[in-house]
Design a protein around this ligand. Structure first.
Ligand code: 0O2
Length: 211
C-alpha cells in the first residue's frame, strides 16, 4: 500500500482496534456477571483502498472529502442472538461517553429492497494521535446472527453479479431474507427458555472461551 494511504488509514486502524476491544469488553462484563450478553461477537475492518475508491466514484465523493463524506471507512459489526438484543446494544452505545452518535439508520423496521436488515449507527470517535486528538467517522452495524448469515451470503453473490442479480436470484434472496426474519421471530418467542438453558449450560462447564 502506498505510504500516503497508509498514513491516511492509520487513525481508522487505531479506531477499529480500540472499538473492538471496547465492544468485546461489554460482552466480557455481561459474562462475568453471569448475565445474558446481548453481544454474541464483534468484527471490525478498515475498508480496503480499492473499495474506498470504487464507492467514492459511485457516490461522487472527491478523494479530499473522504474524511467528511465516507462514513464507513472504519466499520464495526456487532452480532446478537436475538432481535431484542439489538435495542439493548444500541442503548448501551448511546450511553457511552467515549463516542458520539451522528446518525441512526434502522434497516430492521425499514428493510432495504434487497431484503437487507441491520441497525446502523454512524459515530464520531476520537483517536489520540501523537499530533493530538482526531475525530473520525465510523459505522457500527448491529444485526442478529440470522441477519448476518443472509447479508454475508448476499454480499458474496453481489460481488459475483456486480449488483445486477438475475430476477430469479433477486427473488430467492428476498425469500431467504423473509425466512431469516421468521427465524428471528421464532427464536424471540422462545428466548427466555433458550437463555435459561444457556445459563445452566455455561454454569455446568465453566466460562466459554472468548473470540
Ligand atoms: P462493504 O463491502 O460492506 O463495505 P445508502 O446505501 O445510500 O443507503 P450508505 O452510505 O451506503 O447508504 O450507508 P448504509 O446503507 O447505511 O450502509 C452501507 C453498508 O451497509 C454497506 O457497505 C454494507 O456493508 C451494508 N449494506 C447495505 N445494504 C446492503 C445490502 O443490500 N446487502 C448487504 N449484504 N449489505 C448491505 P458497502 O460500502 O456497500 O460495502
Amino acid at each position: 500500500m502506498e505510504k500516503e494511504w497508509e498514513l491516511f488509514l492509520a487513525p481508522y486502524e487505531q479506531a477499529v482496534g480500540e472499538m473492538k476491544v471496547k465492544l468485546r469488553g461489554i460482552r466480557k462484563q455481561f459474562r462475568e456477571q453471569n448475565k445474558h450478553t446481548p453481544i454474541e461477537f464483534v468484527t471490525g475492518r478498515v475498508k480496503p483502498v480499492d473499495s474506498i475508491l470504487t464507492k467514492a466514484a459511485l457516490r461522487n465523493i472527491s478523494v479530499d472529502r473522504l474524511e467528511e463524506e465516507m462514513q464507513d471507512i472504519a466499520g464495526l459489526r456487532i452480532m446478537c442472538q436475538f432481535v431484542e438484543d439489538i435495542r439493548q446494544v444500541v442503548d448501551i452505545i448511546r450511553n457511552r461517553k467515549d463516542l458520539k452518535i451522528i446518525q441512526e439508520r434502522d434497516y430492521i423496521t425499514n428493510k432495504k429492497e434487497s431484503g437487507y436488515r441491520s441497525y446502523h449507527l454512524v459515530i464520531e470517535y476520537p483517536v489520540q494521535l501523537i499530533t493530538g486528538e482526531k475525530k473520525i467517522l465510523a459505522e457500527i452495524q448491529i444485526r442478529t446472527l440470522a441477519m448476518n448469515f443472509w447479508a454475508t451470503i448476499e454480499h458474496s453473490l453481489n460481488y459475483k453479479y456486480q449488483g445486477a442479480f438475475p430476477e430469479e436470484m433477486k427473488e430467492r434472496l428476498q425469500r431467504a431474507a423473509e425466512a431469516a426474519y421468521q427465524l428471528d421471530e421464532e427464536m424471540s418467542t422462545i428466548r427466555e427458555e433458550i437463555q435459561e438453558a444457556q445459563h445452566l449450560f455455561s454454569h455446568g462447564r465453566g466460562k466459554s472461551k472468548d473470540n
